[in-house]
Ligand binder design. Sequence first.
Ligand code: FES
Length: 644
Amino acid sequence: MSGSEARILFTPSGRQGSVSIGASVLDAARALGADLDSICGGRGICGRCQVRLGSSKTIPLDPSRVSTPNLVELNYAGARPLREGNRLGCQTRVMGDVVIDIPPDSQVHRQVVRKRPEVPDIEIDPVVRLYYVEVADSILGDAVSDQRRLLHALSEQWELDGVRVEPRVLADLQRALADVRPGVTVAVHDGSDVTAVWPGFHDRLLGVAFDVGSTTIAGHLCDLASGQVLATHGEMNPQIRFGEDVMSRVSYAMMTDGGSAELTTTVRNALDAIVGVLAAEAGVTREEILEIVLVGNPIMHHLFLGLDPTPLGAAPFSLATDQSVRIEATSLGIAVHPLARAYVLPCIAGHVGADATAAMLSEAPHRSDAVQLLVDVGTNAEIILGNSQRILAASSPTGPAFEGAQISSGQRAAPGAIERVRIDRETLEPRIRVVGGEHWSDEDAFYVEVEETPVTGICGSGIIEVIAEMFSSGLIDADGVIDGTARTDRVVADGRTFSYVLWADPEIVITQGDVRAIQLAKAALRAGIELLMDHYGTESVDQIRLAGAFGNHIDPGFAMTLGMIPECDLGSVSGAGNAAGTGALIALLNRQSRTEIEDLAERVVKIETATEPRFQELFVSALGIPFKTDTEPVRRRRGRRASA
Ligand code: FES
């Protein structure tokens, strides 16, 4: 190293090397590949390049090894205040060997740390980025168009070449360049298209991730630079008035003239309204939203895209497209920036949609050696099984029983619904807890709570718990038959079968029909899982993730008691949160994740339960509680894992 050079070490990346004395820290970071952010290109405007002096074993912390603050830094008054002890990397010059720490806020590819330790963090690398450029004036006699001068500036100042300017941006560009301010900020989509222009310096870039469920639609408004969620809003899917479950909505589309278009308009209006609420909550304008990501099951996917969902209602369940969709957001009826783009994740099959691919992004089975079973239970169960070697997917027609439908006292999980049940093994007396309450029915406080929130019915998680508890306490046998000789007057005759009176006022009774409905639903789910395990060649799984609103409320112990899921160490079974919504957020914040999920969707092996002869055999075995192991065909497996 010559006397005109100094050593610089960046933390936490560990990037290091020699730079010329007098080089700016920002230039040094670029030269050495250290991740230091900038929108203004080193003009002391954006405040994104903030760094701190650090030390190492061989390099002490010594402020004299960098330049003292210059006038630009001293007068800096950008939107991102200079934190105490921080320096602007673009204005700070290297004067001797130095350690420079780049805090997470100043990293381009910073990580959003997720609360669950078992899932990967999200690296921020959005598909759209902001660049501030100073565009040369047009000169009489050598007049160059606004567009060419902008492209030249992007190439010179940011090394961005081959960029296209969207024709509809030209008017904004004209206005911005006519402004007296020296520069403009542009949004460049995917490194290739200028999709927005603002006069002067602009620092905010927003996106919305939507999870379009059959029951609820949730939107998350995000700052694309920091990954921060600025607002979240969910609403009931207003399509519910056309049918509770997706299949009844497909029937509506089939039977009604213009029904499909009506369903599309309804869901699009809801998406647009949610954007309005999100923008108001965060105090931003709709026009600042430049990117949208949508996920949903295949029928929701087709409906928000304006595609006919009726082919998904009957064999062979053909999707209009299984590939990702890139489209202008406004063409979906969502009022945001006129050139905002929408990205829709790929689907896998007629019943395994973009919500499942999003859940895969979130739970990342393909990045792990452990064999993961990922289950999202709704009217259809979407089932993913595999690891880094191989991924299989299927759906299974569980019907709506797990959501409380088809159950005599069933209801949605709303305040007043019984969600937790315990049955005393000796007395066969139940204890319950309701949604919205904190106390069990054997506590006095429970009766204060029900004054406010009366018991109204039983929801999906409650019905699973009560049937699992009835089984564990001997009230029902392995065939699911309620024992009429049980020593409790809570078991009452009901025609030729028996029922269990769970609650007296209002009367909430678990009938033999209710037990049968849950047996059928869980047999469909388990048969689908067993079929995938069979195809995969494994007798066990290492991890189980239960996704979706319902998955998060099921107690895995009860799910295992009923045989809904295979035996697995309980510590390895967890709720996956809103995995589809998180996957949408990942696709919003990280451009590479889009390629990753597109590649993965191509590789997923689809297993069609409807045409698999073994499905019926497994279904019959799975009707028993927990599972008819004596006739269990899975035991005939060779039992070698694909990864072995
Ligand atoms: S790079 Fe913008 S203030 Fe330093």
